[in-house]
Design a binder for this molecule. Sequence first.
Ligand code: SF4
Ligand code: SF4
Length: 428
Amino acid sequence: MDFRKLPPVQEQIMKCVRCGKCRSVCPVFAEIRNETAAPRGHVFMVQMLRDGKVDARQEVYERLSNCLLCETCSVNCPSGIDIHELNAAARSHIYEQNPSLAKELIFDTMWTKPGLLRASTKIMSGVQKLGLQTFARNTGLTRILPGDLPKAEAIMTSIPSRSARSRLKKVNPALGEKKYTIGYFLGCGTDMLNPAAALATVDVLTRNGCEVIIPQDMKCCGLPHLANGKMETARLLAAHNVQIFNAYKFDYIISDCASCTSALSRKNMEFLLGGLKIEDDALAFAAKVMDLTKFLIEIIDIRLPAQAGEKKIRVTYHDPCHLANAQGIKEQPRELLRRIPGVEFVEMADANRCCGGSGTYSVTHYDLSMKILDRKMDNAMETGAGAIATCCPSCSMQLRYGIRRHHWDCRVVHPVELVSAAYKQTQQ
Ligand code: SF4
Ligand code: SF4
């Protein structure tokens, strides 16, 4: 698809009035302080690319990929420009002229095949359990890794040995009277890096009258592909998932992962289709997609029984960009936390500021990512919380690394894990 024909590139770009509002909120610009790293600079760069004033060179891709795709600029732009979409479209356009074998292997061969991805993660987990990662680090062997990996490999520690998929049944009946049939979109990150969140999701949904079905053939939501210049693959993945989920009669398609629900939203589907008419089946699919916390608060109106002799835990919340910015979901996860007996909810400063994780960003832009993370950790530690709750496996991984980096005694959880724990505690 010609990137010049995509709606953000064709229509929105001309609306930029150079006001600089986007620049003042961009977490990357706050660290780099250079116009080429500012959202406004990216808009200008994409315009030049569109008009043929700059070539689709790798160097331009590198500059555009400084962006986290956090969408903070887009939600603050008074002209309503989807700056992150412009950026993602331009990356794909440049990537098509500068393909890389490594990316083909990672994003097309591996990340489109869930079985292969799970097997690779299992191998990595085994390597860690045998102490080989620590050995390689201590002996300097990690230095042979490409790019930022010698530093960034430390983010990926304690990979669970078993995926959520291997621990969950395909069909999980509702406990008590059945109210809804739910298709659970179990994203790759939650499945392999955060299985405890997936187990808690199924536990809490089934306790609340939901039959939870996990379609076995679902694939990645496509967001990592979009961020890495693989828009065509993201489009194919979206079409695949629409077909798989539409084969069932679900009342809702729920995910506990902010990135997945944002990737599966109507807005993203429309972007992927580049202004073409969105098919009825994709429309029907997207209309059913909902974030877990929104579902628990707005549809279920969850109420948890008080606990006898409850143990208080102070919890703060980090807004994933793909939930707060992309979907406007800020209040529901907070309300869910407030409804958990034993939780003392405390707000951190700038909770809606990116943590610097952004999927693969912390691996490809380690130093910049750490500067953004350190600001987040300062604000989180101020609260004196015993747990940081968040709704995204990528944020969770980044925050866990931040906790280790700052030698802080704290843990990272999905809010649903605390809900599930509260249910279990009342049964004891
Ligand atoms: S906020 Fe929007 S209109 Fe203002 S400079 Fe940024 S992109 Fe242009
Ligand atoms: S998406 Fe986020 S990181 Fe990228 S330009 Fe906008 S505000 Fe900056």
